[in-house]
Design a binder for this molecule. Sequence first.
Ligand SMILES: NC(=O)c1ccc[n+]([C@@H]2O[C@H](COP(=O)([O-])OP(=O)(O)OC[C@H]3O[C@@H](n4cnc5c(N)ncnc54)[C@H](OP(=O)(O)O)[C@@H]3O)[C@@H](O)[C@H]2O)c1
Length: 362
Amino acid sequence: MKKLKAGVLGATGMVGQRFVSLLERHPWFELAAVAASPRSAGKRYENAVSGRWNMQSAVPGMAKGMILKEVEKDMEAISREVDFVFSALDMEKDEIKKIEEKYASMGIPVVSNNSAHRWTSDVPMIIPEVNPEHAALIDIQRKNRGWERGFIAVKPNCSIQSYVPIIKALESFNPEKIIVTTLQAISGAGKTFETWPEMKDNVIPLIGGEEEKSENEPMKVLGKLVEDRIEQAKSPEISATCIRVPVSDGHMASISLHLGKEADKESIINALGHYKNPIAHLSLPSATKEFIKYFEEPDRPQTGLDRDFENGMGITAGRLRKDAIIGWKMVALSHNTLRGAAGGAVLMAELLAAKGYIKPNG
Ligand SMILES: NC(=O)c1ccc[n+]([C@@H]2O[C@H](COP(=O)([O-])OP(=O)(O)OC[C@H]3O[C@@H](n4cnc5c(N)ncnc54)[C@H](OP(=O)(O)O)[C@@H]3O)[C@@H](O)[C@H]2O)c1
């Protein structure tokens, strides 16, 4: 199969660098264009990221000499060079909305990491293992907008990725109420300990706007596609507290949950470990073999030990125990820039390519 050509908008940033790294040896996609702000445009990629390359592996050879384009000004040139783009911009939401819509209207599928279009009614917000069927909303979107080839699809916020798969896996026990506290890594803010020294030996009990996203976005992801729209899920009710902790990568969630149906510990663990992954049959390159792993060890999952489970795409869980007030409590973990950002978006693009929504351009 000829590889699909991918562009990365915001290629110099924390998430953009992940996209560039994940595309290095991707079996279906190849990096065809990198774009960022006017500050970076015109520079060789390796020079533009020099001093701020945050990945453990080196800058991929194929990206080093690529000349960065400007996301807005070079839109036409970029759209001639790619079959689709990943969007990892950090700009005002209205500007991102306009840019993503312009690319889509020019026939370029946009797989976005940004929150700008998460609540646009004809834009699907997808965790591939949870709601792959929402991809069908793309047909409605294209019809609404008169787009033949282009579309916008988004992934949800990184904070929800450790507990929404758990809620979905426990669907048959009817989760009614969730109280979750997320302990979120500094890379989620696009930062490192060098660029955010205040985070050393510190905890900050506020991540602006994160609690609203953490409470509301699961309701769209867990919703149902009814005719031409997503009918949001009515339960569970979710109350979230989001806290920044001194960790480089990996968002942990402490989850208390009330299940509407009687369950014992063994059946809950069994439901987590035997989650019926709806995309397993597609054998997508970035898919996990094991999506949710439950640890019996009492002190797992740990961020440092377990964030890279299944190449950072799996969810780890543990410490399930009874809670005298709400019913049950447990802990879950996901990698925020892999599963929660670029990795989740690459997997979504694989799903959309497998479903025929992303095709070679021309
Ligand atoms: N980090 C995470 O774990 C995470 C997780 C989920 C979602 N997100 C979201 O993903 C997006 C990117 O996050 P990030 O952490 O990667 O941010 P970042 O490190 O600050 O990178 C931002 C990128 O946007 C580009 N950019 C900024 N202003 C621009 C402009 N006027 N025109 C064109 N490009 C512009 C930057 O280019 P220059 O280098 O040229 O300035 C850079 O490539 C954000 O919306 C963030 O909320 C992040």
